[in-house]
Design a protein around this ligand. Sequence first.
Ligand SMILES: Cc1cc2nc3c(=O)[nH]c(=O)nc-3n(C[C@H](O)[C@H](O)[C@H](O)COP(=O)(O)OP(=O)(O)OC[C@H]3O[C@@H](n4cnc5c(N)ncnc54)[C@H](O)[C@@H]3O)c2cc1C
Length: 436
Amino acid sequence: MPCPPQKDIASWNRIILSETRSRYSAWSLIRGALSNQRHWRHAWRAASPKPAYDIVIIGGGGHGLATAYYLAQNHGIRNVAVLERGWIGGGNTGRNTTIVRSNYLYPESARLYDFSLKLYEGLSQALNFNIMLSQRGLITLAHSRHDLESMSRWANAMLMNGVDARLLSREQVGMQVPFIDMSGASRFPILGGFSQPRAGTARHDAVAWGYARAASDLGIDIVQNCEVQGFLKDDKGIVGVKTNLREIRADRIGIAVAGHSSLLANMAGFRLPVTSYALQAMVSEPIKPVLDTVVLSPATGAYVSQSDKGEMVIGAGLDHFPSYAQRGSFAITQSTIAGTLDLFPSFSRLPLLRQWAGIVDVVHDSSPIIGSTPIGGLYINCGWGTGGFKAIPVGGWTFAHVLATGKSHELSEPFQLDRFVTGRLIDEAAASGIAH
Ligand SMILES: Cc1cc2nc3c(=O)[nH]c(=O)nc-3n(C[C@H](O)[C@H](O)[C@H](O)COP(=O)(O)OP(=O)(O)OC[C@H]3O[C@@H](n4cnc5c(N)ncnc54)[C@H](O)[C@@H]3O)c2cc1C
């Protein structure tokens, strides 16, 4: 389905709501209280894989689940399975720092990510599942005159692309983030910055569960503990997958496995311009509200927000070497904590509660890949690197279009694999966040 005109997205979300079968509401809570909460059913069916489907999606993260949902919702294709080797949302979708934004530089990226943010703005209604979207704004800090100049160019590009942006003076940053160190005594003094007011956070698990529930309601099979271990081929291309449970045939197969994309591509017989790195994050013990926006500091390599529970959520940069070890290197942990304390010296008294990492798929121009592969019947959605949580709605929307029609979507057209042949790269290294 092409993207609806921007002003119609809200009404389109209402249409989906009216078609969703089971609803969460205050009334269902009251009814549950009267019946000892026995009326709840599983949010999604535990499906066993059938021998064949129209479409199989490999990977039950946000992108795979959203793709399945939009295949059913937008294209009426319901004979679809999502195969997840672990549990849904157990990959990067359940490991990220939950930031959503659309503050990119190039028009192609602005269109893609802002459409995603607009879908996020109506997603709780669309899925009838509270994804806890909090548009608290994101401030990117400038620590040098060079930062100030490049950020004014960046913010102007956003405004010209129709995305909200606001340049901030040093004083405005200090007023919006009262706990930040404005003394000028730190290694990275703050000279100003810019914000995207519509950016913010959303609950990552809820995004995965909301899409899973809605997709399952529409008849999609979600199969957990089902690992794809190989492909079935004929002379035209891929015709199915070999899994630990059984062989499954399909007319079209979509890969959405983030950091493991190169491994799946290798199994299928082609190479991707993707490098896999560990990306880590950590949270402190919860405290009372002190930070009501997201603060990102490219120079220190740290970004911070406060979760609804009160934890300080601290995001880091990529490890300096490729790896599949879901730990994150200590050098990055250390430099991220140092950078955070440079910005917020008072946080030095906070105990850290947890640290973790996920394996992200970084493309050399820091932009995603959505579209066909050199192998017949096989399609791919990958390369979101450090920033694919915010893109789950648009990744699912456009990948569903590709799988349903065999053609690229107008939003994903510039993000196909063939850009590495034509040279039309979209280099978002500067705007893709902290890590690359
Ligand atoms: C620490 C960290 C912080 C981040 N912070 C942000 C942020 O603030 N904002 C943002 O926008 N993005 C962020 N990201 C990036 C974001 O999380 C990812 O880009 C996004 O979640 C990717 O979603 P996905 O569905 O493609 O992948 P995943 O959620 O990783 O899902 C892929 C799934 O494929 C499954 N799989 C793999 N191989 C197979 C196989 N052979 N067979 C079957 N299943 C398989 C995996 O088990 C996994 O569940 C962060 C990432 C990390 C690690």
